[in-house]
Design a protein around this ligand. Structure first.
Ligand code: SER
Length: 672
């Protein structure tokens, strides 16, 4: 749903987008105070962050894929810490105990939030981690230094939140963080008052606020109560930037007549970063301390850029400037011209940027009716519908690929995979737009017919399903169209209909992924090892072109996606099973070595080599070489963890081999 509150900004003059490119200090008047801000491009900001932590002995690593490895908690990488989970749980990271990066992230859950000034589905998260090394004191002081000295953010506009504590969890309130922050503010000449957050009192003269676990606790699955056993998490301290009191209460605000506070949705305050003190593990007995405290910091690059520009609209930063310009050209409309146009342009810019990144990922996804492909389809089709609304494609030409070209160009030096895979991406956009374009007009007519003249009509599951089946309208688009007409949709019945037709098996919702986490239980480790043996066996049976396209491992089974154009025959499946079981029977030790990426490449390890950083990686070697060959059975770059010896695995069995998406097959397998 669109957060209406954020159109608080619509009555404010939209500053020229090109202003973000000026390098000279610019005088800004915020209403409360005047200040000088050193304008900085997002590229400079990203680099400053990495340089800052490099100077503090952090190894800079490349962004992991948007498609998570062995992490069933989300279908896309949604935070910088996700690829770090094994290391936060104690696995040794090959690059050491201090790591920093800029991670590509995508949050499918936010699709409907897009349209306001600060939400995006795709974003970059600047992250730094201490793996049992430094802790709270260093992190908060460094972050303060980075924000105020390196980004020249005025400490007067910085606010913090901390965890209020929870007796039931046995976790006390974070007075330690408060003391550290107070001292930092004092150095900057400010007296920082810490107060308990209360909605009634709002800011109440405070600069540091205690909130409960609904706001100041972080784990991949949210609040402590939702965390499964084996999941790490901890209290956090979030950082907010104040855009100024004039953005406060707005006539449509939910908070009308209520005092504004840091987490309220009026748009005045923007969360720009989160310091997580990752020190607990959920166990059967409650929360236990991890052997050592970890730091997990994440800061949204888009939001930090908005703060340094002091623009409350992230779509006006240089991370969106060229994309919005292109949408303006294509539509002949101007950003900011009306609320409707601004919202549509934000949705188009966000969705097509996200779709470009998802399709350009080395484990690239294609629009489809299942899993990630469905989310991607939804993004593209929703953008096309909004494009139509603001007059793009009047001449019937294909246009989504035009946005992809801008995205690939803008990010070429940071994410080279975009340019590398641009032709593939353009082709996917073309195919999807052509497909949807054929049915969109007719579908909209059909929708009009269904709702014609009926006030508050409830569109039946069957009608919504027909719009999906015949015209390619994802249910969510029908729901959105219905809302615009004050109608509703029987979504449940539609989903039941979809299930019945086995058209849609969406794993984006809970359910399909339930019951497992990127845990390090013995069985999960064994299945992870089996996944390596499986890839090696597939390459031996089907050919060396076979590449891994994704995997998902729980304690019960492994699921493995790989590139291959055809259904596997029974003989091929048997041959693969036999090879894996032979490697298990050989009972050879599994060897893990840490080495430079270049060396890993030289010795023939499989994995992604696109990194531009000189990284140390872990290489797992398993299984004996076959007669006449020098190479081991399997050698892959991987973070681990794995079993100690192939002999521990038991008997490997393929339960299913099926299509995952175009050109990608999926195997589900177990160890008996
Ligand atoms: N994991 C935390 C977040 O995503 C901080 O990196 O907010």
């Amino acid at each position: 749903m669109i957060d209406k509150l954020n159109f608080a900004q619509r009555n404010l003059p939209i500053k020229s987008i090109s202003a973000s490119n000026q390098r000279l200090p610019r005088r800004l008047v915020t209403g409360r105070l005047a200040m000088t801000i050193q304008n900085m491009t997002s590229k400079e900001l990203r680099q400053k962050y990495l340089d800052f932590f490099k100077a503090k002995s952090h190894a800079i690593i490349a962004s992991a894929s948007l498609i998570p490895e062995n992490d069933p908690t989300t279908i896309f990488t949604g935070s910088g810490m996700q690829p770090m989970v094994p290391y936060l749980l104690g696995e040794k990271h090959p690059a050491g105990v201090r790591i920093a990066d800029s991670q590509k992230c995508f949050r499918a859950g936010d699709i409907e939030e897009i349209g306001d000034n600060r939400h995006t589905t795709f974003f970059e998260m600047l992250g730094n981690w201490s793996l049992g090394d430094y802790f709270k004191k260093e992190q908060l002081a460094w972050m303060f230094e980075f924000l105020t000295k390196k980004l020249s953010l005025d400490s007067k506009n910085l606010y913090f939140t901390v965890f209020r504590g929870n007796e039931e969890l046995g976790i006390s309130r974070d007075d330690e963080a408060v003391e550290i922050l107070k001292a930092e503010f004092k150095k900057a000449g400010l007296e920082a008052k810490a107060v308990d957050f209360s909605e009634r009192d709002g800011l109440n003269g405070g600069r540091i606020f205690y909130y409960d676990e609904s706001k100041n606790w972080w784990s991949r699955s949210g609040v402590p109560a939702n965390m499964p056993i084996g999941e790490p998490g901890g209290p956090d301290s979030e950082i907010f930037w104040d855009f100024g009191a004039e953005l406060k209460v707005h006539e449509n605000s939910l908070f009308k007549n209520q005092p504004c506070h840091l987490n309220c949705a009026c748009g005045r305050f923007l969360e720009i970063g989160n310091n997580v003190f990752m020190q607990y593990l959920k166990t059967e007995k409650g929360f236990e301390r991890l052997p050592k405290g970890n730091i997990d910091f994440g800061g949204g690059l888009e939001r930090l850029t908005a703060a340094t520009d002091n623009k409350s609209d992230i779509f006006q930063t240089d991370l969106f400037k060229h994309i919005i310009n292109r949408i303006e050209q294509l539509s002949g409309k101007k950003y900011g011209e009306s609320e409707e146009i601004t919202k549509a342009m934000r949705i188009i810019a966000d969705h097509l940027k996200a779709a470009t990144f998802i399709m350009a990922d080395d484990k690239g996804i294609t629009p489809s009716n299942t899993d990630r492909g469905y989310v991607l389809r939804r993004l593209i089709r929703r953008a096309i519908r909004y494009g139509r609304q603001i007059g793009i494609n009047a001449a019937g030409g294909l246009w989504t690929k035009e946005i992809a070209k801008v995205v690939a160009h803008d990010y070429q030096t940071v994410y080279p995979e975009l340019q590398k895979n641009i032709n593939k991406v353009i082709e996917k956009f073309r195919a999807e737009e052509e497909k949807f374009g054929k049915t969109l007009e007719q579908g909209l007519k059909e929708f009009e017919k269904i709702t014609d003249g009926q006030v508050a009509k409830k569109i039946s599951g069957k009608e919504a399903f027909d719009l999906y089946q015949s015209y390619g309208f994802p249910l969510e688009i029908t729901e959105e169209l219905a809302k615009e007409k004050n109608c509703t949709v029987d979504g449940e019945a539609c989903r039941a209909e979809m299930k019945k037709h086995q058209e849609l098996s969406r794993t984006a919702s809970a359910g399909a992924f339930k019951g497992g986490l990127a845990d390090t239980s013995e069985q999960t480790k064994k299945l992870h090892t089996a996944a390596h043996l499986l890839l090696a066996a597939l390459r031996k049976v089907l050919g060396a072109e076979v590449a891994q396209k994704g995997s998902n491992i729980t304690a019960e089974r492994l699921r493995f996606d790989f590139s291959y154009p055809e259904k596997m025959t029974d003989e091929q499946k048997k041959a693969v099973e036999n090879l894996v079981n032979q490697a298990i029977k050989d009972a050879s030790p599994i060897v893990c070595e840490s080495m430079d990426l270049l060396k890993a490449k030289k010795i023939g390890a499989h994995g992604t080599f696109d990194s531009k950083y000189e990284e140390k990686v872990k290489v797992y070697t398993m299984g004996r070489s076959s007669a006449g060959s020098e190479s081991p059975f399997s050698r892959e770059i991987c973070g681990g963890p794995h079993a100690g010896n192939t002999g521990e695995l038991g008997h490997f069995k393929i339960k299913k081999e099926e299509s995952s998406s175009a050109g990608v097959r999926r195997i589900k397998a177990i160890l008996e």
